[in-house]
Every structure is written in structure tokens, then in C-alpha cells.
Design a protein around this ligand. Structure first.
Ligand code: SF4
Length: 65
């Protein structure tokens, strides 16, 4: 099964990530790294490979692999 893979170089690291909101299993999380910064992470154990998040990333940072 293909799973969502995030390209950290393309990701804008927004806490308001649209892909995070649309994931039906809560596999996409914003992880704080400081007071005002953080990064998006995808939990591959939780991901069910639905592919929804791919279309919601405005930077095409997520692909299915
Ligand atoms: S492919 Fe589906 S389950 Fe996996 S991270 Fe994206 S929205 Fe969530």
C-alpha cells in the first residue's frame, strides 16, 4: 500500500496545514520546535493511504509512495 510522504523542502511548515485538517485518521501533525516554529510530520503507522492530503497541500509537498 502506498503511503503519504512529505517533502520537507517544499513544505511551508504552517500550523494551519490544510492537509492536516483533511486527514481522516489524524496522521498529519504539526510538531512544535520552538516558540513560533515547527514542522509537519506524517505518521506512517496511522496513514491508511487514502491520498486525500495530496490534493490539499498548496505546495505539492505530499506524494504517495
Ligand atoms: S494519505 Fe490519507 S490517511 Fe494518509 S496522511 Fe494523507 S490523508 Fe492521512
Amino acid at each position: 500500500m502506498k503511503k503519504a510522504v512529505l517533502n520537507q523542502t517544499k513544505c511551508d511548515r504552517s500550523p494551519f496545514c490544510g492537509a492536516k485538517r483533511v486527514c481522516p485518521v489524524g496522521a498529519i501533525k504539526f510538531v512544535k520546535e520552538g516558540m513560533f516554529s515547527g514542522k509537519i510530520e506524517i505518521d506512517h503507522e496511522k496513514c491508511i493511504g487514502c491520498g486525500k492530503c495530496v490534493n490539499y497541500c498548496p505546495h505539492s509537498a505530499i506524494s504517495m509512495k
